[in-house]
Design a protein around this ligand. Structure first.
Ligand code: KET
Length: 422
């Protein structure tokens, strides 16, 4: 027998020179992909032919007509970028300088001392997913013993990405299903007991999937614990502007920088600029001093080179243009505000209809949770029923993307939820 299947890892082992490249069974050990819990559901929604179907599965902002918006600020930036477009050389491994600088100011503030001191390095990445992966690869290489701690629950792909980098991923307490709020004391205790140099994944705002965020005071209370345990925060900022505001949602990042912490931030423009398919994101690292920042940037470049060599040009230039243009920037800020306020309106409508239809049940979590998502407490079976009987697509964890609701479907969504709750 030339090939043998290693049962534990389900991988093929080559035996001497007998490797049968053209064996009719050469891919027999490749197992079926069960699908991604979010992306597969979104694909299933696309194939559903029922006219009244409602997509509250994937974290995408839809406008009141149920369309993914092309933001006017981004459209204007695109005209300019296309008009001025020249040759398309490779970008540097770390991305375009104007994009990187604009992102730093967006995250850390225009007057950030850490930026002025040369302690922050920013790389343009392929979506913030690319930033998480590059950061994970770097951490696995330079902090090989460090365990990654993620909130319970977190975005499913966090575990997949960091395990894919070879890291061990564990959880810290976060969501309290009895109150629909945060288990802050338990979270703090777990971090106080964490191994030195553990990496702590934190959602800087608009927690996915729960919509439950830390208050300013709670962020402040984390700082001494991080210092004492020498923990390494890894912030994920995918929904900037969808919580309280563009600057407000960067509160934790600016606090950590001011407090002298060293940490990682992956941020995304998928949602805030409605640029999902352009894959615009960044990874920033705040370092103790400028000399270390130089070496961190160098090794990040090497990590990027090994992964995808360098990022694409177009989307990043739209972002850089919107962030740095004196007319487009305030336009974009107003557009983000409009998206944020529309979600808040949908939260209110959902709350009101459900409270009327299912008296005695508390739906106030729809009002207190922030950002695109609410954790509804609906079971996987109830979510299956909602999808099959009513065409309402929620992730089976009970996560609902409120940004998929609009004035034309919110009532139907609330009625469907009320029906499965009765
Ligand atoms: N972080 C978080 C917390 C997140 O929710 C997403 C996307 C990302 C990172 C990735 O964003 P990118 O487009 O790579 O910059 N979340 C939605 C889409 C997805 O699962 O890919 C979602 O949760 O539905």
């Amino acid at each position: 027998m030339a090939l043998s299947v290693c049962a534990a890892k389900n991988c093929l082992q080559q035996q001497g020179d007998d490797f049968l490249l053209w064996s009719p069974s050469m891919f027999q050990h490749v197992e079926a992909y069960p699908g991604d819990p979010i992306l597969s559901l979104n694909e299933a929604f696309g194939k559903d032919t029922r006219p009244g179907k409602i997509n509250v599965s994937i974290g995408i902002y839809f406008d009141d007509n149920g369309k993914i918006p092309m933001l006017p600020s981004v459209r204007a930036a695109e005209h300019k970028v296309v008009n001025d477009a020249g040759a398309r050389p490779y970008l540097p491994m770390e991305g375009a300088a104007n994009f990187r600088s604009a992102v730093q100011h967006l995250l850390f503030g225009a007057d950030s001392a850490a930026i002025k001191e040369g302690r922050v390095v920013t790389m343009q990445t392929v979506g913030s997913s690319g930033g998480l992966k590059i950061g994970g690869d770097f951490i696995k290489r330079y902090f090989p013993q460090s365990v990654m701690l993620v909130s319970d629950p977190t975005w499913d792909n966090h575990r997949a990405v960091f395990e894919g980098c070879g890291m061990t991923v564990k959880t810290y307490p976060y969501y309290d299903s009895t109150t629909g709020g945060l288990k802050f004391e338990a979270m703090l205790e777990a971090l106080k007991a964490a191994d030195k140099h553990s990496i702590v994944l934190l959602h800087a705002c608009c927690h996915n999937p729960t919509g439950v965020d830390l208050s300013k005071e709670q962020w402040q209370a984390l700082v001494p614990v991080i210092k004492e345990r020498e923990l390494i925060p890894f912030m994920d900022l995918a929904y900037q502007g969808y919580g309280d505001g563009i600057d407000e949602d960067a509160f934790a990042i600016r606090l950590f920088a001011e407090q002298g912490l060293s940490f990682f931030v992956a941020n995304s423009f998928s949602k805030s600029m409605s640029l999902y398919g352009e894959r615009c994101g960044a990874l920033s690292v705040v370092c103790p001093d400028a000399a270390q920042a130089v070496n961190v940037l160098g090794q990040m470049k090497a990590t990027i080179r090994r992964n995808y060599s360098n990022p694409p040009i177009h989307g990043g230039q739209l972002v850089a243009q919107v962030l740095s243009d004196a007319t487009l920037r305030p336009m974009w800020e107003a557009e983000v505000k409009e998206m944020r306020e529309r979600i808040q309106l949908m939260r209110r409508k959902l709350h009101d209809v459900l409270s009327a239809k299912v008296p005695g049940r508390d739906f106030s979590y729809f009002l207190t949770q922030r950002g695109m998502f609410s954790y509804t407490g609906l079971s996987a079976e109830q979510c299956d029923r909602l999808r099959e009987e009513f065409g309402l697509y929620l992730v089976r964890s009970g996560r609902m993307c409120i940004a998929g609701l609009n004035s034309g479907n919110v009532e139907a969504a609330a009625n469907a939820i009320a029906a499965v709750l009765k």
